[in-house]
Design a protein around this ligand. Structure first.
Ligand code: ASP
Length: 432
C-alpha cells in the first residue's frame, strides 16, 4: 500500500479512536490520560511536529537561493511577488465575506444565552502592521532564523540570492554546495514523511479525544457554520478560482494536495507544513523552485483564508449573541481588519483566535466573548489550517502557470513525485 493511502487510513483511525475515548469517557481514566493521550500520542505527535519545523528554515533558504540564481531574472521575482501578494489578499477578502455571509444568513448566536469567559486575554500576541513591515528586514539573521520569522528569512534569502547571482562566476562551487544541501534537506523531508501514518494517527487521536463534545453541541450553530464555510471555500470557491485562472484539472489538484492538507490538519500549523507544501508544489505539481520556494513560505505567513473565515463567522456569532447590530460599515471594517490581521497571524496553532481580538477591538465587541468559542477551537483550527495551506497551493499554481514556470507534464501525471518510504535496507543498499 502506498504512503498516501496509509496516511488516509491513519487519519480515519485517529478520528475513530479519539471518538471512542471521548464517548466512552476513557480520557478521564488516569492511565489512559497519562500513558496514551499525554504519553504516546503527545510524544509521538510532538516529535513529528518538531522534525517538520526543524526542516523549515534550511529548506526555505536552500531552495529559494538557488531558485533565484536559477531564474537569473530579478524582474520575474518582482512580478511573482506582486501577483502573489494581490491574490493572497484578494482571496482572503473573499473568504471572510463568505464566512460573514453564511453566518448572517444562518443567524447564529441569536437567542443563545452563554456567559463570556472573563479569563480570556490575547492582545499581547497581536503585532501591528508597522512592526510587521519593520520586521521584514532582520537586524540579526540568526535571531530571525531561530524565531522562525519567515518574512525576514525570505528577505535574507532573496538578498543573498541576488548577490550570488551578481557574483555567480566566482561562486560556482558555493552554488553547487547550496544545490546539494537543498537535495539533502528534501530527502530529509521525505524521511520525516515516512513516519506520517503513525504521527497523524497520534496527533488526530489526541485532538479528538480531548475535544469537548458537550461544547460542540452547545455551540453547534457556530461550529456547523464555520466548518461548512471552510469546506465550501476549499472545495468550491478555491477550486473555481484555480480552474478559471489556470484551466488545469481540479480532480488532479485535489488528489495531489491531499498530503499537505492532512499534514496541516493534523499539525494545525501552516508553518510546520511548509516542507510538505513545498515538496508537493515542486515534485508533484511541477512548479519551478524560483516561484514555489518564494510563494509557499510567503503564503504560509500572510495567506490565511481559513483563519479569516473563522474570524468572520465568530464576529457575526458574538454580535448576535450580544444583540449588537454591526451595520454595513461594521462589516466592511471587519473584512479590512481581518485581512490585515491574517498577514500578522503567525502560522502556528491557535493564533487565529488571538488575532481575533484585533478584529473585535475595531468594532467594539467584547474581547472576553472569544473565550466562548475557545473550547471548540482546536478542531476548527485543524480544519482552517488545511484551508490556509490549500490557498497557498492554489495561488502558487496560478502565479507559476501565468509566468510559464509550471511543468504541465509533471502536473498531469498522477503518480509523479509520490513519496517512497525509506527503509533501512534501502539505506544499506545505497551506501554500499
Ligand atoms: N493554525 C493556523 C495556521 O497555522 C493559524 C490560525 O488560524 O490559528 O495556519
Amino acid at each position: 500500500m502506498n504512503l498516501a493511502n496509509k496516511v488516509l487510513i491513519a487519519l480515519g483511525l485517529g478520528i475513530l479512536v479519539g471518538l471512542v475515548i471521548n464517548f466512552s469517557g476513557a480520557g478521564s481514566i488516569s492511565w489512559v490520560d497519562t500513558y496514551i493521550i499525554n504519553g504516546v500520542f503527545h510524544v509521538a505527535g510532538k516529535l513529528f511536529f518538531n522534525a517538520l519545523q526543524m526542516l523549515v528554515v534550511p529548506l526555505v533558504l536552500f531552495s529559494l537561493i538557488p531558485g533565484i540564481v536559477g531564474i537569473g531574472d530579478i524582474r520575474l521575482l518582482g512580478k511573482v511577488g506582486t501577483k502573489a501578494f494581490a491574490l493572497y489578499i484578494g482571496t482572503t477578502a473573499i473568504a471572510i465575506s463568505v464566512g460573514i455571509g453564511l453566518a448572517a444568513m444562518a443567524g447564529i448566536g441569536n437567542g443563545l444565552d452563554i456567559a463570556a469567559d472573563q479569563n480570556f486575554e490575547g492582545r499581547q500576541a497581536a503585532k501591528s502592521t508597522v512592526d510587521i513591515i519593520i520586521g521584514v528586514v532582520p537586524k540579526n539573521i540568526i535571531a530571525a532564523m531561530s524565531n522562525g520569522e519567515m518574512l525576514a528569512i525570505i528577505f535574507f534569502a532573496i538578498f543573498f540570492g541576488i548577490a550570488l547571482l551578481i557574483k555567480h562566476k566566482e561562486s560556482e562551487a558555493l552554488i553547487t554546495i547550496i544545490e546539494q544541501l537543498n537535495r539533502v534537506f528534501m530527502q530529509m523531508v521525505e524521511m520525516v514523511m515516512t513516519f506520517a501514518p503513525y504521527a497523524v494517527f497520534c496527533l488526530v487521536g489526541k485532538a479528538i479525544a480531548e475535544l469537548g463534545l458537550d461544547l460542540v453541541f452547545k455551540l453547534s450553530g457556530y461550529f456547523i457554520v464555520v466548518m461548512m464555510a471552510l469546506l465550501i471555500h476549499a472545495f468550491v470557491t478555491q477550486m473555481l478560482i484555480f480552474k478559471s485562472f489556470t484551466g488545469l484539472s481540479v480532480p488532479m489538484f485535489i488528489k495531489k494536495i491531499r498530503a499537505a492538507q492532512i499534514f496541516a490538519f493534523s499539525t494545525s500549523s501552516s508553518g510546520a507544513t511548509i516542507p510538505v507544501t513545498l515538496r508537493t508544489m515542486q515534485e508533484r505539481f511541477g512548479v519551478d523552485r524560483a516561484v514555489s520556494s518564494f510563494t509557499v513560505p510567503f503564503g504560509a505567513t500572510i495567506n490565511m483564508d481559513g483563519t479569516a473565515i473563522m474570524q468572520g463567522v465568530a464576529t457575526v456569532f458574538v454580535a448576535n449573541l450580544y444583540g449588537i447590530d454591526l451595520g454595513i460599515a461594521g462589516y466592511v471594517t471587519i473584512v479590512l481588519t481581518a485581512v490585515l490581521a491574517s498577514i500578522g497571524t503567525a502560522a502556528v496553532p491557535a493564533v487565529g483566535l488571538v488575532m481575533l481580538t484585533l478584529v473585535f477591538e475595531q468594532v467594539n465587541l467584547p474581547i472576553e466573548a472569544i473565550g466562548i468559542i475557545m473550547g471548540v477551537d482546536r478542531i476548527v483550527d485543524m480544519t482552517r489550517t488545511a484551508v490556509n495551506v490549500t490557498g497557498d497551493a492554489v495561488i502558487t499554481s496560478i502565479v507559476a502557470k501565468s509566468e510559464g514556470k509550471m511543468d504541465l507534464s509533471v502536473y498531469n501525471d498522477p503518480n509523479v513525485g509520490e513519496v517512497h518510504e525509506v527503509h533501512l535496507e534501502d539505506i544499506d543498499a545505497e551506501s554500499s
